[in-house]
Design a protein around this ligand. Structure first.
Ligand code: GLP
Length: 235
């Protein structure tokens, strides 16, 4: 993994934007997308750009179980608001949070990814080191799965809901094995709340206890940090 530290998250987002432009120029067609506050700035840059995604495909990492695409806190809604309204893709995939047959939905999603191998995957980082919704302990070879969220994730995501009881307890998430198949990965992490997870991801052992540490094994992963997120790294 290659680690880059920027003075601000705005500069890191601009760098991520440039990497996307470059990947597109090199023929990337399938983009794995993430939600959360971390990529918001990048999505704004993409939305305001003259880049054309009308021939590209987007595949999102995850979705809350139980939320429909119309729910303002669903990741489907987030993607519409922050990127897809401004930049429609030829086809955009997300797991179906309302799926009645969960096993069939997990299989469908793996088939989507198998049919459209991901050229560039964007990732954020959970405060506990999760990527997508793959919580600590998730096997490194996992495929799309139904996950039970940890208390720390429920608490962290509570800020988007009016009360804790409303935060879904489960989600559907691309697995770690699936994420690792992406040709290129860009993980962004900002703010001091991510500093512990950043240190474990980069300088700890590659262990399932820190899902993001798997990126140490990826041949083309870039980690973009602001100073606060990088503050515990030892040089
Ligand atoms: C959520 C998402 C992740 C995201 C993480 C960090 O739980 N499932 O994909 O990376 O939280 O979110 P934020 O960027 O808001 O800190």
């Amino acid at each position: 993994m290659e680690v880059k530290v920027f003075d601000t998250s705005v500069e890191a987002s601009q760098y991520a934007y440039d990497l996307i432009v470059q990947a597109k120029q090199n023929g990337a067609q399938v983009f794995g997308l993430a939600t959360g506050s971390t990529p918001e700035n990048l999505y704004q840059l993409l939305s305001e750009s003259d880049l054309d995604f009308s021939q590209a495909i987007s595949i999102n990492l995850d979705e809350y179980f139980g939320l429909s695409p119309e729910h303002p806190q669903s990741y489907a809604y987030f993607m519409q608001e922050h990127l897809l309204q401004a930049k429609p893709f030829k086809k955009s995939y997300l797991p179906d949070g309302k799926a009645e047959d969960i096993d069939a939905e997990l299989k469908r999603y793996d088939q989507v990814i198998a049919k459209h191998p991901i050229d560039l995957q964007l990732l954020g980082l959970g405060g506990n080191g999760h990527i997508g919704f793959n919580e600590p302990g998730t096997p490194f070879d996992s495929q799309t799965q139904f996950v039970k969220l940890t208390d720390s994730t429920i608490e962290a995501n509570q800020r988007f809901f009016s009360e804790k009881e409303e935060v879904p307890r489960q989600a559907l998430s691309m697995g770690i094995g699936t994420i690792m198949q992406a040709k290129q990965i860009i993980l962004m992490a900002f703010g001091k709340g991510k500093a512990e997870a950043v240190k474990a991801m980069i300088q700890g052992p590659a262990t399932e206890a820190t899902p993001a540490s798997v990126l140490q094994k990826h041949p083309n992963a870039k980690i973009l940090l602001d100073r606060e997120a990088a503050q515990l790294l030892e040089s």
